[in-house]
Design a protein around this ligand. Structure first.
Ligand code: NAD
Length: 460
């Protein structure tokens, strides 16, 4: 399968289209490796994972360039965020597994119940294209730390950093068969991985559509499932917020990674008292963003991931216009001079004047497109924010302490950020409500997901 560089629109590599037979051979390798890996001491497993983390950081520049070439994101973003976070994922779970405890419940004079948490066996991890190595490792690291053998697949759209990770894992001394990375499409390779009877659990991040398909195959086989799916995240801006900080962070929340982060804020609700000012300042800032070659240090916005995705974004701009939206800025295709002339670039877009229930405000676009709407009261904005089939993340900007608590309690989302965006502590549960998924990743949640709790009762 051709692999395109989104910034140039040109093929720069080929990836294998693995299918059922490759999945079978990966399962065999994993099955052979499992008895030894699951009995490898925790300190030894931890040591290998820490070595992987170190090697990722040693190869930071190479990996960041590969990630940017594959995905279109600015190299600076991959260098500052994606790749260091991939290393942190290994580092975090390498140390977390050393602290992972199981429960014991004593009934004095009678018995004691304790819980053994054992690795599941062979598990599958499937990830999307938007944060390729970051999300791939977020799944693989806890699965390996807990003693499982993993069959993993990156998105066929961005396979390069996962391919490089395979080399790093070998260099770090991860035994053969413990991690098996397959490349190929969702319907062929991914579906075979999910359906295989030897796979005990599936950790999936991607679209709600694919998540539903996976659940329909996995549920009848009673496999464990963690689904991290789409989002359409609201940002609630009150007039008592720290305005300058809010403005800076709202731009970041809207357009980081070309708006292709499941956590990006795409529905912005602004209190009517500051709506006019916000609109002017926000649009001004967006106009200053430089769209262009992801390898240039000046670039704020790189290429979107594929020609098909660019087409999807333009289709939503057509829908927004049809629904009565006014484009305040952006929406034009950008054709930089030089090597990126045929890349997939678009000016970031701000739309106003749309009702909450229209498609533009309800469907996930997953690109550099946001809508802005004024609101009058807390009740009104809460109703609009929660009026969504998704429930991944929400952002609240206010200095009113009680309001922050009140809204955090009532927002229908798995994550709530107050006066910040994308602040993450890897110990906390991560995931969404409603159509944004089921299950949680992160911290102990991930280690619990990748282990089978067995209760033992000892009667005196
Ligand atoms: P996608 O669902 O098209 O693909 C994701 C992965 O699943 C790919 O590796 C793909 O090959 C595979 N896949 C597709 N169909 C499959 C099937 N039937 N069986 C097994 N595997 C299958 O998603 P995408 O376009 O790569 O990523 C964008 C989506 O991911 C957006 O909806 C975004 O919100 C979501 N996302 C969610 C989170 C989160 O944490 N909730 C994080 C990042 C991205």
């Amino acid at each position: 399968m051709d692999n395109f560089e989104p910034a140039t629109g040109k093929v720069y590599g080929e990836i294998p289209l693995s299918g059922k037979e490759d999945v079978e051979s990966a399962i065999r390798a994993a099955g052979m490796a499992f008895p030894a890996w699951s009995k490898t001491g925790i300190r030894e497993r931890s040591r290998i994972l820490l070595r992987i983390a170190d090697l990722i950081m040693e190869k930071l520049d190479e990996l960041a360039l590969a990630e940017s070439t594959d995905n279109g994101k600015p190299v600076s973003l991959a260098t500052e965020v994606d790749i260091p976070r991939a290393a942190q994922n290994f580092e975090f779970f390498a140390t977390a597994i050393q602290q992972f405890a199981s429960e014991s419940h004593a009934n004095p004079g009678k018995n004691v119940h304790y819980t053994l948490r054992q690795p599941l066996g062979i598990v599958t991890c499937i990830s999307p294209w938007n944060l390729p190595l970051y999300l791939f490792t977020w799944k693989i690291a806890p699965a390996l730390a807990a003693g499982n053998c993993v069959i993993a697949k990156p998105s066929e759209v961005t396979p390069m950093s996962a391919y490089l990770l395979a080399g790093i894992c070998m260099e770090a001394g991860l035994p053969p068969g413990v991690l098996n990375i397959l490349h190929g499409t969702g319907p062929d390779c991914g579906a075979a991985m999910v359906a295989h009877p030897d796979v005990k659990a599936i950790s999936f991040t991607g679209s709600t559509r694919a998540g539903r398909e996976i659940a329909s195959v996995a549920a009848p086989q009673l496999k464990k499932l963690s689904l991290e799916l789409g989002g359409k995240n609201p940002v609630l801006i009150f007039d008592d917020c720290d305005y300058d900080l809010m403005l800076q962070e709202t731009v970041r929340a809207a357009f980081s990674n070309q708006g292709q982060i499941c956590l990006c804020g795409s529905r912005l609700y602004i209190q009517d008292t500051i709506y006019e000012k916000f609109r002017e300042d926000f649009v001004e800032k967006i106009r200053q963003m430089r769209v262009g070659d992801p390898r240039s240090v000046d670039t704020n916005i790189g290429a979107v991931v594929s020609e098909a995705h660019l087409g999807k974004i333009f289709e939503y701009l057509r829908i927004a216009a049809e629904e009565g939206g006014r484009v305040l800025c952006g929406g034009e295709r950008v054709t930089p001079e030089g090597r990126c002339a045929e890349g997939y670039f678009v000016q970031p877009v701000v739309v106003e004047g749309l009702p909450n229930d229209c498609r533009t405000n309800q469907e996930e676009i997953f690109g550099p497109v946001v809508t802005i709407q004024p609101f009058h009261s807390e009740e009104e904005v809460l109703a609009m924010a929660n009026d969504s089939s998704y429930g991944l993340a929400s952002v609240i900007w206010t200095r009113h302490l009680s309001r922050a608590h009140r809204l955090s309690e009532t927002m229908q989302s798995g994550l709530v950020w107050v006066n910040c965006w994308m602040e993450r502590d890897l110990r906390t549960p991560f995931g969404g409500m409603k159509n944004s998924g089921v299950g949680r990743e992160g911290g102990w949640e991930a280690l619990r997901f990748f282990t089978e709790p067995k209760n033992v009762t000892i009667q005196y």
